[in-house]
Design a protein around this ligand. Structure first.
Ligand code: G1P
Length: 304
């Protein structure tokens, strides 16, 4: 039986507790923390919408209802904006919403790992290829949209693909790291293996997975086994490696930037970077940042 090639669905694993950014995440899902004026999760949803995704599947957990409210209409707020003639704000609210009927939620009942979170979406995904977006990673493609290109590769060739970028060797312990099958210089690199969070000395390369995947539904055959891997968790990387033994699997090099909002420094950097890209904020920010840097360099600690 031939499998459908069109990639219409995306899974957003959003069940994580966000312990690396406590206390901000005590009563607030980490995906709802803001980068400039949008919650982190909205960057991933907008990226998926721009890549042509039609169905948005969130794997949530306890305490994540703010995400559901965010992707719903806020009728009272819309009415108030309308009455006050705040049409620009109203437009922003409406445009940021995926169409009604296209958003689905399911819960991961225990924090058993990323592979398990994706497995929880199996019923919604069915027998179709699908994308996975880890919202902690904000991706800024320098040309076009990397996810869209990855989807095009899947639709053309039927091979699963994940996004990678070069990282410093001392950081390999934070990522799934690619072992290329051969020449690793092109944009699409055939994968031989991926190793989850290896020691720098054991890492097969410095090409790290950065939270975007387009996967064949056959991945569920391996996620079904629920085998624990690195850190005692059910890893998506391990299921990818098993899939690689049966089907071609590619890594797609990111031409662009990636910001990790999963820890405190990363979140602050993401805010500065995304704000500096904005025409409405850059002129205000630049002198303020320069002044802050200068005073930090002088060793002034005004708000310890
Ligand atoms: C996950 C994946 C890892 C990937 C990373 C990208 O790890 O398991 O392979 O490189 O996301 O952000 P996590 O950050 O959830 O520990």
């Amino acid at each position: 039986m031939s499998m459908p090639r069109k990639v219409r669905k995306a899974v957003f694993p959003v069940a994580g507790m966000g312990t690396r950014v406590l206390p901000a995440t005590k009563a607030m899902p980490k995906e709802m923390l803001t980068v400039v004026d949008k919650p982190i999760i909205q960057y991933a949803v907008e990226e998926a919408m721009a890549a042509g995704i039609e169905e948005f599947i969130f794997v949530t957990g306890h305490g994540k209802s703010a995400i559901e409210n965010h992707f719903d209409r806020a009728a009272e707020l819309e009415r108030a904006l309308e009455e006050r003639g705040k049409m620009a704000e109203l437009k922003i609210l409406r445009e940021s919403l995926p169409p009604e009927g296209s958003v689905f939620y399911t819960r991961q009942r225990a924090p058993l790992g990323l592979g398990h979170a994706v497995w929880c979406a199996k019923g919604f995904v069915g027998n179709e290829p699908f994308a996975v977006l880890l919202p902690d990673d904000i991706i800024v493609s320098h040309k076009g949209n990397a996810l869209k290109d990855m989807i095009a590769l899947y639709e053309e060739t039927g091979t699963s693909v994940t996004l990678v970028t070069d990282v410093p060797r001392e950081h390999t312990r934070r990522y799934g790291i690619l072992e290329p099958a051969g020449d690793a210089t092109g944009q699409a690199v055939k994968a031989k293996n991926f190793v989850e969070k290896p020691d720098p000395k054991d890492a097969p390369s410095t090409l790290a997975n950065v939270g975007r995947y387009v996967l064949s539904p056959r991945i569920f055959d391996f996620l079904d086994e629920k085998k624990a891997g690195a850190g005692g968790e059910i890893q998506l990387t391990d299921a990818m490696v098993e899939l690689m033994h049966e089907e071609d699997f590619y890594a797609w090099r990111l031409h662009g930037e990636r910001f990790d909002c999963g820890d405190k420094a990363g979140l602050v950097i993401a805010n500065m970077a995304m704000a500096l890209r904005r025409d409405d904020l850059r002129t205000q920010l630049m002198p303020a940042l320069e002044a802050l840097l200068e005073s930090a360099q002088k060793g002034e600690k005004k708000c310890a």
